[in-house]
Design a protein around this ligand. Structure first.
Ligand code: G4P
Length: 539
């Protein structure tokens, strides 16, 4: 290329290589499906942790789970998202860990904005569960490829065909079983790889130890000596049914989020995890081009670009810092780089970028598309902000999701008003909670709007501990929020709406609160052309 220096060519090659070897994903599941267990097994393969149990270990050993908050410790749950990067073979994997607790799904939603692939983890006995469905909807909105791992096959579960049917009919996602189980629960004997017709036999190992995986061909007569005839015949019969149904494992459909490869296994006994990881890495998307004001931004675009998808304050109680998590979208990020902040137009030197592994941090020297870096955030960044080098780009923002719980936040101590307002604003910016206000200006107290009750408690706890303000919650009896697509003028045209409260968000946009879905549907029936949205317009 004329006018291109050798270093530019080298850099382009370096980025291309890095993109080629990177895979990034998040796990979506309902609490208890086995996400922690699966994460731990994946990290073991990557050599990122040395022993099983490290993820959930207590006390000194505790490495990955973030226990930075008192509240988190009291509740024994993991509230914060962490990003885990590890190498496996020739691949660099970024696992965007998402909080398992259902009250924190808003955080999880945002993390999905940074993910290129998702692993949908199901408990074989439970199938699709509420939180998995919700998170799936977010993946669907963004057409994220979904890989399904059906876990706990060592325990009695539902019929595998029923589990596939459920995915197909309820999520309108075509399942394609990559392997097929022979028996389940006490009679679980292993899986058959549908592509290679190889059987991997399961043997029960001591808890925590890896079960031996014996492999042989489906046509090997020795198989019938090892597995009960009727279990094997049933599995083969079911596989023939799947073959007859005719769907193919079409990678383009996988990448479009229309078809999900399905794997059966047991994370706890470490059965089927490595074959899953291998197949997943073979089929998963590389870091993809992202939508922006300038059209799609290819990861190989020359200059660095990325966006903030999560803010976190006081991760380390010793430093009381704030960290902005940036997903790198294009080019190479380097320590001490000066970037442009798209929203303000300011130039910022990023001198202390960090890579995070659970609670451990290291200064990062460079990062590539698909990676996540943590930046110290002295109040400069908001969720959705774009950083870039070279010609201006601004990535599509991250929508706020529809809250389901609403509560006045009262400040009984007027002398603490300044801190109260500061705390509320900072927690809103950080995305800890959404804030709404009454349309009556004399009612100045904010309304907290959250996806789960615990989110409200975290806000109270943090206001007290970080800003020194004690607050009181006063619940409002609403369950559904909708943004008015056309703004105040459209709302005026509709006139008085019954069983509904009009409030405004932090950007002075009208939001309608309903007691239930039924009231909302009533409005829709009465005004079919009145456009409402369950996600806040992006600012
Ligand atoms: P989560 O992060 O999705 O909430 O789930 P987690 O991994 O903590 O797993 C929830 C429970 O399910 C754990 O049991 C875990 O051991 C168990 N589990 C995970 N995978 C499998 C599996 O493949 N087979 C079976 N039989 N169980 C599995 P627990 O008793 O709640 O906790 P623990 O005492 O084992 O830590």
């Amino acid at each position: 290329m004329s006018g291109t220096t050798a270093t530019e060519t080298d850099l382009a090659g370096l980025v291309a290589q890095a993109v080629d070897r990177r895979r990034n994903f998040a796990i979506i599941s309902h609490p208890d499906a086995g996400k922690t267990t699966l994460t731990e097994k994946l990290l073991l393969y990557g050599g990122a942790i040395q022993q099983a149990g490290a993820v959930k270990a207590r006390g000194e050993q505790r490495k990955v789970t973030s226990d930075w908050m008192e509240l988190e410790k009291q509740r024994g749950i993991s509230i914060t998202s962490t990003v885990l990067q590890f190498d496996y073979d020739t691949t660099t994997i970024n696992l965007l860990d998402t909080p398992g607790h259902q009250d924190f799904s808003e955080d999880t939603y945002r993390t999905l904005a940074a993910a290129d692939n998702a692993v949908m983890l199901e408990d074989a006995a439970k199938g699709l569960e509420p939180q998995t469905r919700k998170l799936f909807e977010v993946c669907r909105m963004r057409n994220i490829p979904i890989f399904t791992f059906i876990n706990k096959m060592d325990r009695p579960g539902r019929e595998p065909l029923t589990l596939l049917d459920e995915i197909e009919s309820e999520l309108e996602l075509t399942p394609w079983a990559v392997n097929w189980p022979i028996g389940s629960g006490e009679q679980f004997r292993g899986v058959i790889d549908r592509r290679s017709r190889e059987v991997v036999l399961f043997s029960r190992a001591e808890r925590g130890k890896q079960a031996a995986e014996q492999k042989l061909s489906l046509d090997d007569p020795a198989l019938r000596e090892l597995v009960e005839e009727e279990l094997l015949d049933l599995a083969i019969e079911e596989m023939e049914l799947l073959d007859a149904a005719g769907a193919e494992l079409d990678i383009e459909m996988v990448h479009a989020g229309e078809l999900t490869p399905v794997f059966f296994g047991s994370a706890m006994t470490n059965f089927g995890v490595r074959p899953f990881l291998d197949a997943f890495l073979e089929m998963a998307q590389r870091p993809i081009a992202r939508s922006s004001s300038e059209g799609l931004i290819d990861p190989l675009r020359e200059g660095f670009s990325g966006f903030v998808f999560k803010l976190q304050a006081n991760m380390d109680p010793r430093h009381r810092d704030r960290v902005a998590f940036v997903r790198v979208c294009s080019g190479r990020f380097e320590k001490d780089m000066t970037v442009k902040h798209a929203r303000t137009g300011k130039a910022i030197r990023l001198s202390r970028p960090q890579k995070l592994f659970g609670q451990d941090r290291a200064v990062v020297e460079d990062a590539y598309p698909g990676d996540v870096i943590g930046l110290n955030n002295p109040g400069m960044f908001s969720i959705g902000d774009t950083l870039y080098v070279g010609p201006k780009v601004e990535f599509e923002g991250i929508p706020c999701f529809s809250p389901e719980i609403f509560s006045w936040l009262r400040n009984p101590n007027p002398s603490a008003f300044k801190n109260f307002r500061k705390g509320v604003n900072e927690l809103r910016e950080e995305g800890a909670v959404q804030i709404l206000y009454d349309t009556d200006e004399s009612k100045r107290d904010p309304i907290l709007a959250a996806v789960g009750q615990l989110q409200l408690e975290v806000v109270q706890h943090r206001l007290e501990n970080e800003y020194g303000v004690e607050t009181r919650l006063e619940p409002l009896g609403f369950q559904v929020a909708r943004w008015v697509a056309g703004g105040w003028s459209e709302l005026e045209k509709v006139g008085r709406i019954f069983n509904c409260k009009t409030v405004r968000d932090a950007w002075n946009r009208p939001v309608l609160l309903f007691k239930n879905e039924w009231n909302l549907n009533q409005l829709k029936e009465d005004h079919p052309d009145f456009e409402l949205s369950n996600v806040a317009p992006v600012v």
